[in-house]
Design a protein around this ligand. Structure first.
Ligand SMILES: Nc1ncnc2c1ncn2[C@@H]1O[C@H](COP(=O)(O)OP(=O)(O)OP(=O)(O)O)[C@@H](O)[C@H]1O
Length: 375
């Protein structure tokens, strides 16, 4: 209790930048024959202006957790504080008001098929004090914001999936929320449409200083838009950090799995391992994954490995991406040379803050890749 009190004081002294605070949130479902703990003792802080990604495999508890943020799902225990309001302590009327400041969009858009696009967007404003003219202006402004000014009188069935999600976003913004919750909002869309929706969300985050929480099972989505990430497994948040941190220093195996998928290193490695013609390993050769962050580039280092250690490097796979202005590179390489020199070369790379994971091999026959980290 004392610790929690101190936390609030610290938060207050630091300017109270937190927009969402979950404290020890648990959700248990009781069915006829069993009890399922979908979310277990989750502490999470989302700051104003964050684009916060929650990733996890199916069944990890992501949907349940995100639904506690607007109390669509009441936690079994714990505290939910949004914009400095303790939601569980509010009266039903106060909660209705607080919820207006938390918009939400869903995988399947949830539009009303029998109403026009303009009526769908206007729906959350039906009890507002706006005049007819103000309401119409508000709807026009929202549709313009999401790039659908020409669709006022269309019906949902006449729109593409991406356009439907844009309508859902406009509707979610009708009450000028401070927070937008996105529950697998791009999972039903193709990659190009996904990118355009993510670009829109990014723009809204910047333009409106909207705090966004995105739950997804796709690290690709997180990579494109999020500033911070929490990884969920079996109801718990097992790892959390800013995007670059999570991508460059993942600690938990599940996080590493997600990242390997998002950086395509997994596919690269699989292609190499399943095509023996790509892999001509000599007895002392080392097959390794090399990762680097920031200004380091692979070329001078590879030249150095040869000039100083007479180790030659054959690059089998490589990619580089920019995450929040930080370049991150991944290579799969074969190092060839004397064993003792190889070890010196690897130690040299590690001294340059380059991560090296050896993919072990035996007598040129690769079985399952067993990774050994040198650092
Ligand atoms: N209303 C409910 N009643 C009983 N069990 C539930 C209920 N809602 C969710 N669960 C269970 O809670 C666990 C977490 O589900 P949840 O939908 O939150 O996971 P998720 O990570 O969002 O997965 P998905 O992406 O597949 O929806 C699962 O085991 C699920 O079966």
């Amino acid at each position: 209790m004392i610790l929690k009190g101190r936390f609030f004081i610290l938060n207050y002294l630091e300017g109270g930048n937190s927009m969402i605070q979950l404290e020890q949130v648990s959700v248990t479902f009781k069915t006829k024959d069993q009890q399922i703990t979908a979310v277990e003792q989750v502490d999470l802080t989302v700051e104003k202006g964050d684009v916060f990604g929650i990733v996890g495999y199916s069944g990890a508890g992501k949907s349940t957790l995100v639904r506690t943020i607007n109390l669509l799902q009441r936690p079994t225990s714990g505290k939910v504080i949004v914009a400095d309001r303790d939601l569980l302590s509010l009266t039903p009327k106060e909660l209705r008001t607080a919820r207006k400041k938390i918009g939400m969009i869903f995988q399947h858009f949830n539009l009303m098929a029998s109403r026009t696009i303009a009526d769908n967007v206007a729906y959350p404003l039906k009890h507002s004090s706006l005049s007819k003219k103000e309401l119409s202006e508000k709807v026009s402004g929202l549709l313009e914001l999401v790039g659908l000014s020409d669709k006022h009188n269309a019906y949902p069935s006449q729109l593409s999936g991406g356009q439907k999600q844009r309508v859902a976003i406009a509707r979610a913004l009708a009450n000028d929320p401070e927070v937008l919750l996105c529950d697998e909002a791009t999972s039903a869309l193709d990659p190009k449409t996904t990118s355009s929706i993510l670009a829109l969300l990014k723009e809204l985050n910047r333009k409106l200083n909207l705090t966004i929480v995105i739950i997804t099972h796709e690290m690709q989505v997180v990579k494109e838009i999020c500033t911070k990430v929490a990884v969920m497994e079996k109801g718990r948040v097992v790892e959390e950090g800013n995007l670059v941190q999570i991508f460059t220093q993942p600690r938990k195996p599940i996080t590493k799995d997600f990242i390997n998928t998002a950086t395509h290193v997994d596919q690269g490695l699989e292609t190499i391992l399943t095509h023996p013609s790509l892999l001509d390993l000599q007895p002392n050769d080392i097959l390794a994954k090399v990762s680097y962050v920031g200004a380091t580039t692979s070329e001078p280092l590879i030249a150095h490995l040869y000039s100083q250690f007479t180790i030659s490097t054959n690059i089998l796979f490589g990619n580089i991406e920019i995450l929040q202005d930080t370049p991150i590179g991944n290579l799969i390489v074969i190092f060839s040379g004397e064993k003792i020199k190889s070890n010196q070369a690897l130690a040299y790379l590690v001294s340059k803050d380059i991560k090296v994971e050896i993919i072990e091999h035996q007598q040129n026959v690769i079985s399952l890749p067993r990774k050994q980290k040198i650092s």
